[in-house]
Structure formats: C-alpha cells, structure tokens
Design a protein around this ligand. Structure first.
Ligand code: ADP
Ligand code: MG
Length: 238
C-alpha cells in the first residue's frame, strides 16, 4: 500500500513561508511527478513526506495513518538519493544490504532481498565491485537497489538523474518507468525537467512558489493548462 495524503501542509523556515498551505492526494501505485522551477519547494515537499523535515502545520497521512510526527524510519518510504550517496569502501552487495543490516534483519532474508533487487535491476554481474569501479548509470541502479530491498510503500526520488549525461538520462528514465510498471509501487519523482515530467508521470503536480498551480495527467496539462504559468512551463500552446 502507498496512499499518501497531505492536508493543509505548511512549511516555514524562520520567517520565510516556503509552502503556505498544500493539499494533495497520491493514490496507491501512482507515479506522481512534482515539477516546477528551481526554488519552488519540490525538495522541501519531498523531505516533508519522507519525514526529513517537520511540517510547520497540517497533516501527512500514509495509508490512512497519521504520519505527521513519525520519524523517517517508521514511515515505510524509501528516498532514492543521487548515486554519489553510495559508500565508496563497500561493494555493491554491501551497499544494497546496508539499510537491512541497520534494521537488524536476518541474514538469509537480506540475501534473498539483495539478490532479488540485483536481478530486477540487472546488476548481478557487478555485485562484488565497489562504486568507484562502476559507470554513472550502474551507480544510480545501486542507489535504487538500496531502496528496493526495503520493500517500501512508496519510493521518493529527488532529481535522481541530474548528475548523468543526456543519453544516460534518457536510458535511466525508461528504466525507472519500467521498474514502476513491474513493482506497481507508488513513486514520487521530483524534477525541474518538463520532458521527464511529461514522459514518466501518471499525474503531474505543477508547483510554483510553494503552491500547486495544477494537478493532472500529462495529457490534461498539455491540452487544458489551468493558467499561463502551467502552459508556459509544460510548453502547451495556450
Ligand atoms: P526546489 O527543490 O524546488 O528547488 P527547495 O525545496 O529546495 O526548492 O527550496 C524551496 C525554498 O525553501 C527555497 O527558497 C530555499 O531557499 C528554501 N529552503 C529550503 N531549505 C531550507 C532550509 N533548510 N532553511 C532555509 N530555507 C530553506
Ligand atoms: Mg530541489
């Protein structure tokens, strides 16, 4: 399950109101993309959902449970960081197993999950290498593997491909879309790239200065942008 509901969520940093008040429903299994210009609050919103930041006001519900005060580890979500967050001294296998070791899971179950993730992500052939011996795309797969083994209710991605070159970005975009199709798990994906949003999302959330300008499918946003901001950002002919 991976239904996430935000009710009247507000975030302030000191005097600065970054998210004035935001309501959003994310359904179980949806691929939702948060898109908007730099500084509009995409990362902050994702970090609030992950529990890496506390809301200033409002509620976050995960599968109907009030998660507003829950620490990140209790929320059952997995944040996929950019690939440079891997441990350079550990093999791929150990990097992927790391969150399960921390959770003191039984070794046989760790092995089963790591092998399963390696198979899904096609990284079995380099499982005993260290990150320094891998390409950018391979490293990004390892970062995703580290999330998969936790069998989360939802995956949270914050611009995971921004370090990769253009060709690899297109490739990884397809891989993440395929991963979503095979796992059918909720994914929230942050990007400032309109093309990523339009090609990957079931549902796009267009953000501007901490407010939602529009929520809808790529086709809806393209055909019926709510206003000039959305039209300009998505590139539709309004
Ligand atoms: P985005 O990811 O869309 O580029 P962010 O969520 O990172 O935007 O930032 C939104 C706004 O909140 C920006 O104005 C940023 O400067 C501010 N902000 C983010 N994190 C902090 C923080 N820890 N302290 C103060 N201001 C912050
Ligand atoms: Mg950001």
């Amino acid at each position: 399950m991976g239904k996430i509901t935000l009710r009247n969520v507000q975030k302030r940093f000191g005097e600065a109101v970054v998210i004035p008040s935001l309501d959003l429903d994310i359904e179980d299994g949806e691929f939702v993309v948060f898109v908007g210009p730099s500084g509009c609050g995409k990362s902050t919103l994702l970090r609030l959902i992950a529990g890496l930041e506390d809301v200033s006001d409002g509620q976050i519900l995960i599968d109907g449970r009030n998660a507003t005060e829950m620490p990140p580890a209790k929320r059952g979500l997995a944040m996929v960081f950019q690939s440079y967050a891997l441990y350079p001294h550990m093999t791929v296998r150990k990097n992927i197993a790391f969150p399960l070791k921390m959770a003191k899971m039984e070794q046989s179950e760790i092995d089963r999950r790591v092998e399963n993730a390696a198979r899904i992500l096609n990284l079995t052939s380099y499982i005993d290498r260290r990150p320094g011996q891998l390409s950018g795309g391979q490293r990004q797969r390892v970062a995703i593997g580290r999330a998969i083994v936790r069998e989360p209710a939802a995956f949270l991605f914050d611009e995971p491909l921004s370090n990769l070159d253009a060709a690899l970005r297109v490739n990884m975009r397809l891989e993440i879309t395929e991963l979503h199709q095979s796992l059918q798990t909720t994914m929230i994906y942050v990007t400032h790239d309109q093309v990523e949003a339009m090609t990957m999302a079931d549902k796009i959330v267009v953000l501007n200065a901490g407010r939602i300008e529009q929520v809808g499918s790529p086709l809806t946003l393209y055909r019926n942008p709510a206003n000039l901001f959305v039209a300009g950002f998505i590139g539709s002919p309004k």
